[in-house]
Ligand binder design. Structure first.
Ligand SMILES: Cc1ncc(COP(=O)(O)O)c(C=O)c1O
Length: 365
């Protein structure tokens, strides 16, 4: 019997890092303590989210709770944010190339013209960005500075400073998406863009990768005016985010369960990351985009004459499933290249190594 396919398809947390017993216990406690609150419609009219949750998030980020807006997962927050920033007339949205494909689709849905700027191993190509924004001011720039999805790249401090400096000079807002920021296995934490330019940067955060994706808790941090605008759009769409999920998330933050979940994830994922880097280097050498040092993803920009559909079909025949690499590039893949996103978080080391060897074989045929 042939082994089951190696799945390099999705960035889902491995079951081993979900603290399900803890979450179940806390949910029971919340149900006992706040039953009417979590089973009733919450107050509407400027509801920015559960107050305890917003207070806990504000303390974590060192901001005022009036700056915190909670939504049902960070993708929903991105949806509302792009609607707000683009307005009825639409506009340009500059993204990293490659970028998170779902975010790009959301921006397009709200009338955004999505323009990609090449991403290097240490962050956005700031010179190319400057050439682009000098021609026309974008509605906003969307970036994932820490352990980016899909490339794994982590922007250096110098790159972050150059980016916020450019945004200041050309006067455009930055949306910084940070779901993987706390999942660092190697190296030192780089300053958040919001720390470098608080008035220019809107931070989007998520508890999906540091507590539970099933709770669907995401948030934005910005100035109180922007946050109020998000609440108004949210209320017009779904009234308020889910009270039970928010109450559970609040208690988890208050009791330090998010910190324990981060520590569990980091110690579980670090060996997987290190083995994945070694396996990918052996199979693809300098075609590996970056050694991430954290997060879920590693990626390869492979030289190949094969068209992408044929490559994906050949990979599937060889027993490897991949996301379509071109979907991450708003302007299409660079000539003569294929992009392989290799999530390492959910695969045991040997399985990951088997997958990259099979892909390297397909590419050298
Ligand atoms: C960069 C990025 N942003 C947002 C999300 C979505 O997160 P959430 O579960 O909070 O909607 C993901 C999930 O993979 C992601 O990689």
């Amino acid at each position: 019997m042939s082994p089951s396919p190696v799945q390099f398809t999705r960035g889902v947390p491995p079951e081993e890092v979900l603290l399900v017993d803890e979450l179940a216990k806390i949910t029971t406690e919340v149900l006992a303590e706040r039953p009417t609150e979590v089973f009733q419609y919450p107050r509407i009219g400027g509801n920015l989210g559960d107050e305890r949750l917003r207070a806990a998030l504000a303390a974590r980020h060192g901001v005022d709770p009036r700056q915190v807006f909670v939504g049902n997962g960070s993708l929903q927050v991105l949806d509302l944010l792009s609607q707000l920033l683009l307005g009825p007339g639409g506009g340009d949205v500059v993204v990293e190339s490659p970028t998170y494909d779902r975010a790009g689709l959301i921006f397009q849905r709200h009338g955004g013209r999505v323009l990609g700027v090449p991403l290097n191993g240490d962050g956005l190509d700031v010179e190319r960005l400057e050439a682009l924004v000098a021609r026309r001011r974008p509605a906003f720039l969307y970036t994932i500075p820490d352990f980016q999805n899909p490339s794994g790249a982590c922007a250096s401090e110098g790159n972050r400073r150059a980016l916020v400096d450019l945004a200041e000079r050309h006067d455009f807002p930055i949306v910084e998406d940070t779901p993987y920021r706390r999942l660092r296995f190697r190296g030192v934490e780089q300053p958040a863009l919001s720390e470098l330019a608080p008035h220019r940067v809107i931070t989007v955060g998520s508890l999906s990768k540091v507590l539970s994706p099933g709770l669907r808790v995401g948030y934005a941090i910005g100035d109180p005016g922007l946050v109020a605008g998000l609440a108004e759009l949210g209320e017009g769409t779904y009234l308020t985010p889910t009270p039970l999920s928010q109450a559970v998330a609040a208690r988890c933050l208050e009791l330090g369960v998010v910190d324990s979940a981060v520590a569990t994830a980091v110690s579980f994922l670090k060996p997987r990351h290190d083995a994945a880097v070694a396996a990918a280097r052996e199979a693809f050498g300098d075609q590996v985009v970056a050694e991430p040092g954290g997060g879920y993803f590693l990626s390869v920009l492979a030289r190949s004459a094969l068209p992408e559909p044929e490559f994906l079909a050949a990979a599937a025949d060889a027993g490897v499933r991949l996301a379509r690499g071109s979907a991450f590039f708003p302007g299409g893949l660079p000539d003569g290249r294929l992009f392989l996103r290799l999530p390492f978080q959910a695969l045991p080391e040997a399985e990951f190594a088997r997958g990259v060897r099979l892909l390297a074989d397909v590419l050298t045929r």
